[in-house]
Every structure is written in C-alpha cells, then in structure tokens.
Design a protein. Structure first.
Length: 92
C-alpha cells in the first residue's frame, strides 16, 4: 500500500533525519523541498539517497527558471506544466 508524505510529515522529523520511501510511496513537492531545507535525507526503496522525486535534471531546470509550475503525478510519473501568460505549456 502506498503512503503519502506531506510537508507536515517532514516537519515532524528532526533535522538531519532520514525519510524512507517505499517503491510506491509518494512525497509531495513541498515535503521534498522542506526535507532538503532541513537536511532530511530522502531514501527510496532501493536504499539510494534521492533528490526530489522529479529527478535532478528536471528539478534543477525548474529551480533555475522562476515561474509557476503545476506538477501532476500520472501513473507514478511527474508531469510538469509551466503556467504562462499565453496559458499552460508542457515543461520538459
């Protein structure tokens, strides 16, 4: 059974703790942001430390460009849309 971890779950962990996510568990983007800020190590089911669930490259590109993004999880994969004055645009 998949569990959902939110920002409030991460806020309850001590700084420098570890958040272990099973293979089907989901952590919200705000939970992952707070984990990063508080030095909480996020570990996926394989035991490898993880950057935010969106993956390093996509996450880094989003952080490098100020914008409003919508992140959806579809079939276990992130789908990111950037909101622009012309309307929503897929962000890849």
């Amino acid at each position: 059974m998949a569990r959902l971890f939110t920002e409030s779950d991460v806020a309850k962990l001590p700084r420098g703790a570890e958040l272990a996510l099973g293979p089907k568990d989901i952590a919200t983007p705000s939970a992952l942001d707070l984990a990063h800020l508080r030095g909480v190590r996020v570990v996926r089911g394989s035991g490898e430390a993880s950057s935010p669930a969106l993956g390093d490259t996509l996450w880094q590109r989003m952080l490098a460009e100020d914008a409003t993004y919508v992140v959806q999880v579809v079939a276990g994969r992130p789908v990111v849309t950037r909101l622009t004055s012309a309307g929503p645009v897929p962000f890849q």
